[in-house]
Ligand binder design. Structure first.
Ligand SMILES: Nc1ncnc2c1ncn2[C@@H]1O[C@H](COP(=O)(O)OP(=O)(O)OC[C@H]2O[C@@H]([n+]3cccc(C(=O)O)c3)[C@H](O)[C@@H]2O)[C@@H](O)[C@H]1O
Ligand SMILES: Nc1ncnc2c1ncn2[C@@H]1O[C@H](COP(=O)(O)OP(=O)(O)OP(=O)(O)O)[C@@H](O)[C@H]1O
Ligand SMILES: NC(=O)CC[C@H](N)C(=O)O
Length: 628
């Protein structure tokens, strides 16, 4: 075969389930941009016409028909270019997740996914049917017949085929067979969720495949917070024979992020002897980027007018505040002020014309002022330290800051119940009740502010407290979204130090010197989370061993003992507390506000981790540990 040069492109798209206008516009923009670069083949992400996150709507036949009609519209935009677009198709009663190849305004085939994503947050077998390897079929749609299956395509003599997202993550991946069929180019349309350091894995899958199968590999992921919880990093990769050719900036705020490369296909390709891998991933940097984009998309896609936050000056609420400030900083950096403001649709551009006279830093502060309202809600148990921490942090990022006390309201509720019961409530007898009423009383006024502003109320829950239900239902769990419920408290604490030192959020110096405390008991008791629960790093270890590594309770005990974290009796105490609180509080995890998926696992019962609400609570298993 003589040398052929093809111009290849992958485009990350920020899609939204059922938002046809947005989705089609992004597809059209990507095609238009690709045409200006004389692209031969453009790869678009998995299920990008409907959005990947349509969930049970994929079971509704009408969605399949509508998506197909949209596909026929897209087809007409593909003059003199080949475009691969993700769409689901119905054949009889089965639904397939496919990549459709359109060449110069003509549909030449559909490749259907062979391995459905079914672990962690993915439930694809609920909607789709796997396509058997090596099979090709035909189906009719809207009066026209089409080829579907394990197809090989050709462009100017270069044979190409697909792996659709999860296909590439399995040992028996389609690429294993493509090579023997003379395939030189593999395209991978993906909807691969963001998780810490996951880009490293994806990079390996793509670059190693390009070496092993002596091919060119093009990969295009979705971009942004598509449907509420899952964030996509918009990764586009082009690799050839073990060499990386292109990798884009991840987690940008654009609607379309297109990468183009001209690639040569000849007879004797030079295969890389060694692969250059990515340097270690900075997880602090990437989690702040994911949080920022997650918040921005959630705000604009829910048509909300910014955020409201009950800011205690403690770690969790401080991180939520900084995440909004970072959303503004990164958003401006990625889009420029005008596009950033236009995308929020919160205020007319003329209202911010005076921004021209301000420095970049001042503009960011002004925008934070318009997008974030915080309130400190003190009680007699609050400290000056937390008040100062909240006030200084809000001032340093430019957020609106209010402060009031809630003692009158706490007293009001307490006296109603004291009269009803005809006895005083005391810390000796009513400890948790007296704690919870304070947390609950903070909810109505902060919700009022959120309602007045049409803003989202940020719930500050983290994963560690979700594990053990260390929160008051309808109190500090109140909110519209829980941006940080996917990450643990130890990670959050070191992240805040990193945000201060590396991102320059100097207002965090106060919280970075505080011990986490609910401040719900009288100050003389010096309440801290870790005194109430256990050291956070132990809590995280138990949680990971039990629910990520899936060890039995007695194996968790053995592992902790082996690691020498404490003596046997102390570990038994921690395990009893953990498993009891874990089981008792599943109902709370069911009721948390929607949370972003950020780490490699989460406790979200509607996505990563399902657990019964009512259970035996590991009673027998804990008894066995007690007898060790
Ligand atoms: N399976 C189940 N399904 C449905 N409801 C269930 C239930 N099991 C108990 N319940 C109900 O749950 C209620 C108890 O839950 P809830 O009222 O939330 O309170 P509860 O879980 O008892 O206590 C809250 C804990 O969180 C701590 N906290 C609170 C606030 C803030 C912070 C902080 O770190 O800042 C910490 C506080 O120190 C305390 O240890 C009971 O009324 C009970 O009936
Ligand atoms: N004095 C307060 N003013 C305003 N909000 C508060 C106050 N105390 C608690 N809250 C709200 O309740 C939430 C839960 O408190 P929690 O102690 O778990 O988190 P934190 O104070 O942010 O962090 P830390 O646990 O590190 O102190 C806070 O994040 C905040 O939203
Ligand atoms: N859409 C998919 O097939 C996603 C599954 C794949 N393992 C990923 O997370 O990237």
């Amino acid at each position: 075969m003589k040398e052929t040069r093809l111009t290849l492109a992958g485009a990350a798209l920020n899609q939204t389930p059922l938002d046809w206008d947005n989705n089609l516009q992004n597809i059209k923009d990507a095609i238009t941009e690709a045409i200006t670069h004389n692209v031969d083949i453009l790869l678009l992400p998995e299920l990008c016409i409907t959005g990947y996150g349509c969930e049970d709507l994929f079971l509704s036949p009408w969605l399949g028909e509508e998506a197909f009609r949209k596909l026929l519209l897209v087809k007409e935009w593909c003059a003199d270019i080949t475009v691969c677009v993700g769409v689901h198709v119905w054949i009889g009663a089965q639904v397939y997740n496919t990549a459709c190849v359109i060449k110069n305004k003509e549909i030449i085939g559909f490749t259907a996914k062979q391995f459905l994503a079914k672990d962690g947050i993915h439930y694809e077998p609920r909607w789709f049917t796997e396509w058997p390897a090596n099979q090709v079929g035909e189906f009719e749609m809207l009066g026209q017949k089409y080829k579907i299956g394990d197809l090989i395509y050709e462009e100017q003599g270069v044979k190409y085929a697909f792996e659709i997202c999860e296909d590439a993550w399995r040992p028996n991946r389609p690429a294993e067979r493509h090579m023997a069929k003379g395939v030189q180019l593999i395209l991978n349309p993906s909807a691969s969720h963001f998780a810490l350091s996951k880009t490293d894995l994806r990079y390996r899958l793509v670059v190693e495949a390009s070496k092993k199968y002596q091919c060119t590999y093009v990969y295009a992921n979705l971009l942004g917070n598509e449907a509420g919880k899952v964030i996509y990093d918009g990764e586009v990769l082009i690799a050839q024979n073990g060499h990386l050719i292109k990798r884009n900036e991840l987690l940008c705020f654009k609607n379309v992020d297109l990468e183009v490369s001209e690639v040569s296909f000849g007879e004797n390709p030079t295969i890389a002897e060694t692969i250059t891998y990515l340097p270690p991933i900075d997880e602090n940097k990437e989690v702040m980027a994911a949080l920022s984009l997650g918040l921005f998309d959630y705000m604009r896609k829910s048509h909300s007018r910014g955020f409201v936050l009950s800011l205690s000056g403690g770690a969790d609420s401080s991180l939520c505040a900084v995440a909004v400030a970072e959303m503004v900083r990164r958003g401006i950096e990625s889009l420029g002020v005008v596009t950033f403001v236009a995308k929020t649709q919160l205020f007319p551009l003329k209202d911010v014309a005076y921004f021209d006279t301000l420095s970049e830093d001042q503009v960011a502060r002004e925008l934070v002022g318009r997008l974030l309202t915080c309130a400190y809600q003190g009680t007699v148990n609050s400290s000056d330290d937390t008040y100062n921490s909240a006030k200084e942090l809000a001032a340093s990022i430019g957020a609106v800051f209010y402060s009031w006390t809630i003692d009158e309201q706490v007293k009001g509720y307490t006296s109603i119940i004291e009269s009803a019961l005809n006895r005083p409530l005391t810390w000796a007898e009513d400890d948790v009740t007296l704690q919870n009423i304070q947390a609950r009383v903070r909810a109505p006024s902060i919700w009022m502010l959120a309602n007045i502003k049409g803003a989202l109320l940020l719930a500050t829950s983290n994963r560690s407290e979700a594990a053990v239900g260390y929160a008051t239902m309808d109190g500090d769990t109140a909110g519209s979204i829980s941006p940080i419920a996917g990450i643990d408290k130890s990670f959050i604490r070191q992240l805040l130090v990193w945000c201060q030192t590396e991102l320059g959020y100097e207002g965090l110096q106060y919280v970075n010197n505080l011990q986490p405390s609910a401040e719900l008991r009288p100050a003389k008791e010096a309440q801290t989370d870790e005194k109430d629960l256990m050291p956070y790093d132990i809590l995280n270890q138990i949680e990971r061993l039990a629910f990520y590594d899936r060890f039995a309770p007695d194996e968790v005990y053995d592992k902790l003992l082996e690691a020498g974290v404490a003596d046997g009796e102390t570990i038994k105490g921690w395990l009893t507390k953990f498993y009891s609180l874990w089981s008792r509080n599943q109902w709370k995890r069911e009721r948390y506000a929607p949370a972003f998926h950020l780490d490699d696992y989460s406790l979200d019962p509607r996505s990563w981790l399902r657990f019964p609400i009512l259970s035996g609570g590991f009673r027998d298993e804990l008894k066995q540990i007690g007898e060790k």
